[in-house]
Design a protein around this ligand. Structure first.
Ligand code: HEC
Length: 274
């Protein structure tokens, strides 16, 4: 819900490791830089998030009246004759967000050689996740558990969106996904595969929060989708029904939980400073 009470069609995403995103948000193929994304919640009017459209002066005035912000902006932008500007606000927000680095989950420690960091169940789940039965890694692969990442040495920016088989009633405007930008029916229901880091903590799931918990997400995938999503021509080929025993489903959930990084989630640097 936005600051003026307008409810939103989208589930808010977690912000771990967004510095590596090739594109921001669930489905916008154009929104590349965090600096540009920061303008959306501030000034967007469809839907209203922070509701600052046409109130730029008020926004600046509020910050100018706070001596703490005045001195900090001066210190952060020393060569700027006007340090407190909308442009610098977006730069400051983005620089802060780029420090949200999560890389010390149990899974990361296991990868770094601490074989005791993962339970036997989580290791079985990892093998399902990266195996040809689960197929999860095709879209949630790499160090950030998504197929669209940008890092030093990236040669080619891969920008991909997938329909992962949700019921078609989930793709009605404004939740058509990539379709909202291309107006191609074949893009309806295609979204960016989100990073699964810290996913245990970010229920509910999917672009519209329509799946309540991780076990239900697993059931969605083993069924090859939800509702009429299983027969949707846009559904990705890697989303297809497959069988898992109840204990294998638990293993997969255990693996997803091993991506929780409490060092990151309890880092005092990210606490509310006020
Ligand atoms: C074809 C690509 C693809 C495959 C294969 C795939 N996913 Fe996804 N996954 C997505 C997309 C796209 C979304 C977001 C869809 C939406 O919100 O409409 C998503 C969402 C999720 C979410 C919710 C994340 C959140 O923050 O809301 C979880 C959890 C998840 N997938 C786990 C898995 C697991 C486990 C597997 C393997 C069984 C898997 N995925 C296979 C593309 C894929």
């Amino acid at each position: 819900m936005g600051s003026t009470g307008q409810s939103h069609p989208r589930n808010a995403q977690h912000l771990s490791n967004i510095a590596y995103n090739v594109r921001q948000t669930w489905a916008n193929p154009l929104l590349k830089k965090l600096e540009d994304q920061a303008r959306v919640p501030m000034f967007g009017d469809n839907p209203v998030e922070l509701g600052m459209k046409d109130r730029e002066d008020l926004l600046l005035e509020r910050l100018e009246n706070d001596p703490d912000y005045v001195s900090k902006f001066k210190a952060a932008f020393p060569s700027d004759s006007n340090p407190l500007s909308i442009l610098n606000i977006t730069k400051a927000l983005s620089s802060f967000q780029r420090t949200f680095i999560s890389g010390n989950s149990a899974y990361d420690r296991y990868q770094a050689g601490d074989l005791s960091a993962l339970s036997a169940s989580a290791i079985r789940g990892k093998n399902l996740f990266f195996g040809e039965r689960g197929e999860c890694f095709h879209c949630h692969g790499g160090f950030n558990f998504t197929d669209t990442i940008l890092h030093l040495g990236t040669v080619f920016e891969e920008v991909t969106f997938h329909n992962n088989g949700l019921d078609s009633s989930r793709f009605v405007s404004p939740n058509g996904g990539l379709y909202e930008f291309t107006f191609q029916e074949s893009d309806r229901g295609k979204f960016r595969a989100p990073s699964l880091r810290n996913v245990e903590l970010t229920a509910p799931y999917m672009h519209d929060g329509s799946i309540p918990d991780l076990l239900s997400v697993i059931n969605h995938y083993t069924n090859g989708g939800t509702g009429d999503g299983t027969t949707n021509p846009n559904r990705d080929v890697f989303v297809r029904s497959f069988s898992l025993s109840e204990s294998e489903k638990q293993d997969l959930v255990e693996f997803l939980k091993s991506l929780t990084d409490t060092e990151f989630t309890t880092n005092p640097k990210f606490e509310d400073p006020f």
